[in-house]
Ligand binder design. Structure first.
Ligand code: 5GP
Ligand code: ZN
Length: 119
């Protein structure tokens, strides 16, 4: 069922404590943890505790949780002192755009110059 934990999902395993992660923030509805393969000095992933395969399906099914993810992305940026210098929030959606984990997540990237458009 939508939103239920998926046994084969890495980020559901992180939510359930079955896979370790370096947490930086947690709320009732979200977790934020450092990416294992950082692409910038700050690279944090913000996820809903509930399983949805991508950001759009999360927003369609649970809009208040989607808002929580965005708010937490901003809080991460503030905690990491990125809000003055600029940062990027990315939701890769679909394999063709580089999505590899099909549990909705925001990448919060900053701490270096960020080119536009991205690759
Ligand atoms: P995507 O490619 O789906 O947009 O992002 C998935 C992200 O998850 C990648 O940036 C990848 O480095 C990260 N990742 C993959 N496995 C793990 C893990 O076990 N722990 C953490 N913290 N990040 C992971
Ligand atoms: Zn999941």
């Amino acid at each position: 069922m939508a939103g239920e934990p998926q046994g084969d999902c890495l980020f559901c395993k992180i939510v359930q404590g079955e896979v370790p992660a370096t947490l930086v923030r947690a709320t009732e509805t979200t977790l934020a943890f450092r990416d294992i393969n950082p692409q910038a000095p700050t690279h944090v992933l913000v996820i809903p505790r509930l399983h949805y395969p991508d950001a759009a399906s999360l927003a369609a099914a649970a809009p208040s949780v989607a808002a929580d993810v965005l708010r937490e992305a901003g809080e991460v940026a503030a905690d990491e002192k990125l809000d003055g210098q600029g940062y990027r929030i990315v939701f890769n959606t679909g394999a063709g755009a580089g999505q590899t984990v099909f549990h909705a997540h925001a990448h919060v990237l900053g701490g270096r110059g960020l080119n536009w458009p991205p690759g």
